[in-house]
Design a protein around this ligand. Structure first.
Ligand SMILES: [Fe+2]
Length: 501
């Protein structure tokens, strides 16, 4: 375990790094971002995806639009995403700042889907809810009169993903603790502490689960070119946590595992120096290569590295390793970070523009022993939220599903896409232009890779309502086999997980 846990904690928290930095001056009355967003709402229906959800959450039953629930597809779809952006007429500047709103969709044969949404009651949420205003700096925003940070989880928004672990539901962020929720009621418990001295250490929103149930995760301290690595047993107990250094401070949001390796792609949005809000600590630096790092699962001191063309990514589809050590992976990558440091600010002001919409495309990478690499790209549209048949995590596989959109689509993705990484063949279903699709989650229904269902939510901006769609994962081009619509709209979210009945 750690050589010096206390030092580890001090090193590994963004909060520690930010303590002592001066906060911003109090904003003038009349917040221009809040006012711009409110002014845009009547004319820009897509802004529903970035509007505040009620503090008490939401409860409803979805109405059937078409089809019926496929036999065997019973369980709960959980999703998470930012859902609270403004208090006291002051609005966050960056989409990723909003407090986590966890949603559940209960799917049961012969019944209409039952939906619930609850805010994750982090310490931040409870204090700010009581105060009626934002109190602490967020990832991309510095509220007026903020109080600074009191500890590692002081700014934890728990807003990025969810996972089931041995019966527990965890809401995930990336700069601090996972937050435990009741999987039935969505009531918040508290931060998950994995062991003595480990409270508050960053636990990313993209853990990976090996076929044997072993959970791998990481947390980043970009300021100190370091990562925490986590290995957790299927029963939720900690097997190992430790820090590895010499990882360049490019923002790392996701990673991949193979049977032998933990694989990180370090893009070119690089930590420059600590600033508030935290995102402003990063600057685009295209003068250096993107770095791929494969760390040996069995010996975290052993690594291989590759230099790749400059770029940026949020999400990796998955990876596998050949017997000679060659690593194959796919990822939604772009040549710049225009959405992270542009579009995600724009949407908070009610602005959508071509210049800041992500241009991520699905790339295939082959990392050979000795440092040579190859890249190819699917160039028929943009791609995000790549998904795999998770039974094959770390193993060779053929299919990736993702959301898609085309140049000129500035209000969000409309398409669900299936990619065959071997033949290059593509299936695509395009929803109506006023539907914004969210991450499709693969739910297995048969033994073969890709035999199952794609379950995805979407915001229908014309109907001002959130929808749930189910597609046959092998026949995505045919469109939904079943669809339902809620009587209300939910904010757009990021990631989800499936709990079988
Ligand atoms: Fe993500």
């Amino acid at each position: 375990m750690f050589a010096n846990r206390r030092e580890m904690i001090a090193l590994m928290t963004a909060a520690g790094g930010m303590a002592g930095l001066p906060g911003p001056a109090r904003a003038e009355p009349g917040d221009p971002v809040f006012e711009a967003f409110e002014a845009a709402r009547p004319e820009q229906p897509w802004t529903l995806g970035y509007a505040d959800a009620p503090a008490a959450g939401l409860d409803g039953v979805a109405q059937r639009l078409t089809g019926r629930l496929p036999e065997g597809l019973e369980g709960v779809l959980y999703r998470n995403g930012p859902g609270r952006f403004s208090r006291e007429n002051w609005r966050y500047r960056h989409w990723f700042d909003g407090d986590g709103l966890v949603q559940s969709w209960h799917l049961e044969a012969g019944e209409a889907p039952v939906h619930a949404a609850r805010f994750v009651e982090t310490r931040k949420w409870r204090r700010e809810e009581a105060a009626g205003r934002f109190l602490v700096p967020a990832f991309g925003s510095a509220p007026p009169d903020e109080e600074g940070l009191s500890g590692p989880d002081g700014m934890n928004a728990a807003n990025t993903s969810v996972m089931m672990l041995d019966g527990d539901l965890l809401a995930l962020w990336e700069g601090g603790s996972a937050w435990q929720l009741d999987p039935d009621t969505l009531q918040s418990d508290g931060p998950r502490v994995w062991g003595d001295g480990l409270a508050g250490l960053p636990f990313s929103a993209h853990p990976k689960v090996d076929p044997d149930g072993t959970v791998w995760n990481f947390g980043q301290d970009a300021a100190r070119n370091a990562l925490v690595l986590w290995q957790i047993a299927p029963d939720g107990s900690l097997r190992r946590a430790d820090m590895v250094g010499d990882v360049p401070g490019g923002m790392i949001h996701d990673f991949a595992v193979t049977e032998r390796s933990l694989v990180f792609l370090v893009g070119n949005l690089r930590f420059e120096r600590m600033r508030l809000p935290y995102l402003e600590s990063f600057r685009w630096d295209g003068s250096r290569p993107m770095r791929a790092i494969a760390i040996d699962k069995a010996d975290w001191s052993q690594r291989r590295t590759w230099d790749l063309p400059p770029g940026f990514l949020f999400h990796v589809g998955g990876a596998w390793e050949r017997t000679d050590g060659t690593i194959c992976l796919d990822a939604a990558m772009s040549g710049d970070a225009r959405f992270a440091i542009g579009g995600a600010y724009d949407v908070m002001r009610g602005v959508a523009r071509e210049e800041t919409v992500s241009q991520a495309r699905l790339h295939r990478l082959v990392l050979y022993p000795g440092g040579r690499s190859e890249q190819s790209v699917f160039d028929d549209g943009y791609a995000e939220f790549p998904q795999v048949d998770m039974r094959l995590t770390g193993l060779e596989r053929r299919y990736t599903w993702h959301v898609g959109w085309q140049p000129g689509q500035i209000q969000g993705p409309t398409d669900i896409v299936r990619r065959d990484l071997v033949s290059g063949a593509t299936q695509r279903f395009s929803h109506d232009a006023d539907v914004i699709v969210e991450e499709p989650l693969f739910v297995p229904a048969g033994p073969a890779e890709g035999e199952g269902w794609l379950v995805h939510t979407a915001l229908n901006t014309r109907a001002a309502a959130t929808e749930l769609h189910v597609l046959d994962a092998r026949n995505v081009g045919d469109g939904p086999v079943a669809s339902w619509r809620l009587p209300y709209a939910c904010p757009l979210g990021f990631h989800g997980c499936w709990r079988p009945a």
